[in-house]
Design a protein around this ligand. Structure first.
Ligand code: C5P
Length: 259
């Protein structure tokens, strides 16, 4: 068996060299981290679910004209993606106050925002991904003005689409994180959506009960994180394909047994 070359290992994913130049394989782990990796654990079956959920969301975004790095899902934990140069900015899209916004500004969690708020964090683990202004991004050349225009308009369109998609399955989209990359064609590059969209990087609350269906269950020691991820996948109608049923059944069985 040939060993694939590992390009990068992050907290929740591994990137391997792809089968053709310009492609990578994105592998989804069950590892979970929070608070800049100060808290570590695993969420059983998370990688399988995030691979599926991200495939679903990215495919639907492509249908509305959002360019993404996603090419196709390869198996339970892997997807083929286009290789990009990641823009070192995390884009946080907020509809309702929660998390660090609530803490920073003293706004009660659950307060609807008068309009969608975009925040930017500089991607640097050693600095704890600090919040930055667009002026910092321009000043230090992390992205050009034109790139930021593409990024912000895509983020708003993605949010509009995702709010509707989740509302249709009884989920309120509170906030989420996006990452973008530069896809090169010779000397030219264009911005496309990269990374993943899954319950790891979104706050998702049940519309009726307000129950949290995302990584806050892990961050805040609420328990039932694996079941919450499963519930999101179930509501999105992501049923296993033939041949994979056994593995997803096993994941479900383990979850029921609390393993
Ligand atoms: O922690 P905070 O309130 O700033 O997070 C806002 C949103 O961005 C949450 O949905 C969180 O899951 C996501 N996020 C992320 N990765 C980070 C920071 C935030 O997925 N490094």
């Amino acid at each position: 068996m040939t060993r694939r070359r590992k390009i990068y290992e992050g907290k929740a994913k591994i990137l391997y060299e792809g089968p053709e130049p310009g492609t990578l394989i994105q592998y989804f782990k069950d590892d979970a981290t929070a608070f800049n990796a100060q808290k570590k654990g695993t969420i059983s079956g998370k990688g399988v679910i995030n691979n599926r959920v991200s495939e679903h969301v990215f495919s639907r975004l492509a249908h509305i004209g959002i360019p993404t790095h996603f090419i196709r899902r390869l198996n339970m934990r892997e997807q083929l993606i286009r290789q990009v140069e990641i823009v070192p900015i995390e884009v946080i899209v907020r509809n309702v106050a929660a998390g660090t916004l609530s803490k920073r500004l003293g706004i009660e969690e659950g307060t609807p925002l008068p309009h969608t708020l975009l925040e930017y964090c500089y991607k640097d683990d050693s600095l704890g991904d600090p919040l930055v202004a667009e002026e910092h991004i321009a000043c230090f050349g992390w992205a050009s003005q034109e790139e930021m225009q593409d990024i912000s308009s895509m983020a708003i369109r993605i949010n509009d689409f995702m709010c509707g998609m989740f509302a249709a399955i009884g989920i309120r989209l509170i906030d989420f994180k996006l990452e973008f990359g530069r896809l090169y064609d010779g000397d030219f590059s264009r911005i496309i959506l990269a990374d993943e969209i899954s319950p790891d990087g979104c706050r998702l609350w049940d519309i009726e009960t307000g129950e949290k269906l995302d990584k806050d269950r892990f961050r805040r020691d609420l328990g039932g994180e694996a079941e919450a991820y499963q519930e999101v996948a179930r509501r999105l109608g992501l049923m296993p394909e033939e041949g994979e049923g056994a593995v997803l059944d096993m994941v479900t069985h383990r979850l029921r047994k609390g393993k």
